[in-house]
Design a protein. Sequence first.
Length: 293
Amino acid sequence: MRIIELIIDENDESSGIEAISLVEQPAIESNFVALNKHELQLKEIDAKKQILMGPALIPDKSIYRRSESGDEYYIYFSKKTVRKASELFFKKSNHKNATFEHKDKINGVTIVESWIVENKDKDKTALYGLDVPVGTWMVSAKIDDKELYEKARSGDVKGFSIEGYFADKYNMSSDDKEDKIAYLKEILNVELETYNDYPKKASENAKRAIRIKDETGIKCGTLVGWQRASSLAKGENISRETIARMSAFARHKKNSDGNPKEDCGALMWLAWGGTEGVEWAQRKLKQIDSEGK
């Protein structure tokens, strides 16, 4: 089977790990990566404080995936990507973002310790009987909910999982849009259905962002963000993957109240369609996934 390396796109605000999930069964969908197929159990670090330790992401581990069309392949993350993902996770202050089984958002789960295994014999993992490869991202989580903690320590919850967006390394090596689409259709055997029924206001917000950028010369945002603004402003069709990233951009709403002529957060909120665009993306994503079941 094909083996695809996933990497972090530093030009994309949504790239990286959004949350840690406590899981029993695997859940993997599209280019949104929800991985949890670890053979390892969680280890209890402090029963009184309700702290558990386990691997969050293992490098160079082949992870089986299957597309909606039935195409089978493997993905993996390099040591470099694992380290970068762990650093970006905290840089974005996502250490309190947690879900249960990749579905229900839960409060009271905080990542209180994080490290990359450098030496298997001297690492703390060895003290707890964990045999993980060098480069593994390990985390310790404090779980406030007593019932959830008991599920985890008893083995009902098997381990930690990651949720986030990563880029296909092949796509990152190509700047030609048509070439990327051809690759996805031919190699991954998926049809890229697209949509353009987003609100007119979303297009207007994107146009306003571009106009402000041109008039003020403000330097902020990423290439991906401005590409998104350009697509929305022109009324172009966008894919489910793009809609998912627009939906995920909801986490930046807290930065949307400023003056877009002076505030980068407020400007990029408009670039991604503003409130109207992001809320449409959230509704549309649920509709698409519901119809695809």
